[in-house]
Design a protein around this ligand. Structure first.
Ligand SMILES: C[S@@+](CC[C@H](N)C(=O)[O-])C[C@H]1O[C@@H](n2cnc3c(N)ncnc32)[C@H](O)[C@@H]1O
Length: 371
């Protein structure tokens, strides 16, 4: 019987070691790209209104960039607006946890040994560290972005979550567990502290007038991005608890340390005069939206259940596997057990696809660093 324990220590101010690497995240993040693409007009506005006050070069940084496919596409879009606006050199900075697959990121940045950005004025670098720490020099940054990442908490606020594997609790459709009000409050508070911390450290790095675009999956009044995927992972893990391959004690301690915020929760520190960050930024715009999910669309058009189940499970495997794996004892069988859990998820989904409807809701805000 496997006991869940904290065997793989993540970086400080982080609760995951990152996404599944070796190209797996890049190959399974078309949905996240759709969520990014929806806010690219906000990025264009940010670049257009950016005032460059005699800098030596212009610096753009993306925090939580993973293997880089989506991050590079974002930077390409930013450069399209920025390069005609200035003769200065530009530095793109791609940042993620030290345990991220940086080899894949660097290969993506220099395909054929040349910069992916195809300009002799653009220089790229990678920075390893938690986005909840200051990672760049004071007043050195002109634009900071983060996409689909700030929901990952900096620390585990509770040791056990005995009724379910995700802080926001199960969907009303599946209703396969519970999270107590006290636990929910602890996660909401941690999520609030994390936003404040992220805004504080970025405020130090940004130049006055610098722009900050924060986008992340979350909740709206219509739906929550956790519904469906975590119900399915919860059911798959519980089936191994039922077979005594994972102990109940282990299940009680395992959860994915991610929180689905409502837009109000994302902007709360900026509206709170007591918060240190409210005086540091002006809030330019906000957005709360839903995007189309490619594997749902594909299934609706071809009815191919095998393909749907594989794409659906690979989608959430890419961002849950590291935490699930590190929660299991480091035995020679661990990789196989993890693999069987995700295969079991496919089996459960195929038996009852209507029980796990998934929608992708996202929230975003654009801020300007005050003088
Ligand atoms: C779902 S991926 C998003 C990747 C990319 N931005 C996109 O939208 O496709 C979340 C990323 O956040 C990173 N991450 C999680 N916690 C972090 C932290 N404390 N500091 C920096 N990055 C973190 C993960 O390693 C992962 O690469």
């Amino acid at each position: 019987m496997a006991d869940i324990e904290a065997s793989d220590t993540p970086s400080s101010h982080a609760t995951t070691t990152g996404m599944t690497g070796g190209g797996f995240y890049d190959a399974n993040s078309a949905t996240q790209w759709n969520a990014i693409e929806a806010v690219l007009p906000i990025l264009d506005d940010a670049i257009t209104s950016l005032q460059l006050r005699d800098p030596d070069c212009v610096r753009l940084a993306d925090f939580g960039c993973s293997e880089g496919r989506n991050s590079i596409a974002v930077m390409s879009r930013a450069l399209r607006s920025l390069l005609p606006k200035t003769d200065l050199s530009v530095q793109t900075i791609h940042s993620d946890l030290p345990t991220n697959d940086f080899s894949k990121l660097i290969a993506n940045l220099r395909p054929d040994g040349q910069s992916v950005y195809d300009s002799n004025r653009v220089y790229s670098s990678v920075v390893g560290g938690s986005m909840y720490d200051q990672l760049l020099p004071e007043r050195s940054l002109h634009l900071a972005t983060t996409f689909n990442a700030i929901g990952f908490l900096s620390r585990r606020p509770v040791n056990r979550l005995p009724g379910y594997i995700f802080p926001n609790g199960p969907s009303t459709v599946r209703a396969n567990g519970y999270v107590s009000d006290d636990d929910r409050s602890a996660f909401a508070l941690q999520a609030r502290r994390d936003v404040e911390c992220y805004l504080e450290v970025r405020a130090r790095e940004l130049v006055p007038g610098g722009k900050l675009l924060v986008q992340v999956f979350g909740s709206t009044d219509q739906a929550r991005t956790c519904d469906g995927i975590y119900d399915l992972l919860n059911d798959a893990v519980l089936s191994f608890v039922d077979k005594d391959e994972i102990s109940r004690e282990s299940y009680d301690r395992y959860y994915q340390p991610v929180y689905m915020r409502h837009l109000d929760e994302l902007t709360a520190p900026l509206r709170d005069p007591q918060s240190t960050v409210s005086s540091l930024y002006s809030l330019d715009s906000t957005r709360s939206y839903e995007i189309a999910v490619p594997f749902n669309q594909q299934y609706a058009s071809d009815g191919d259940l095998d393909r749907f189940a594989k794409d659906y499970v690979n989608f959430f495997r890419a961002f849950t596997e590291a935490v699930l794996s590190s929660a299991l004892p480091e035995t020679p069988e661990r990789a196989d057990l993890v693999d069987r859990i995700y295969r079991q998820a496919e089996v459960i989904l195929k038996a009852n696809p209507k029980s796990y409807p998934f929608r992708y809701m996202a929230i975003a805000m654009l801020l300007t660093r005050k003088d």
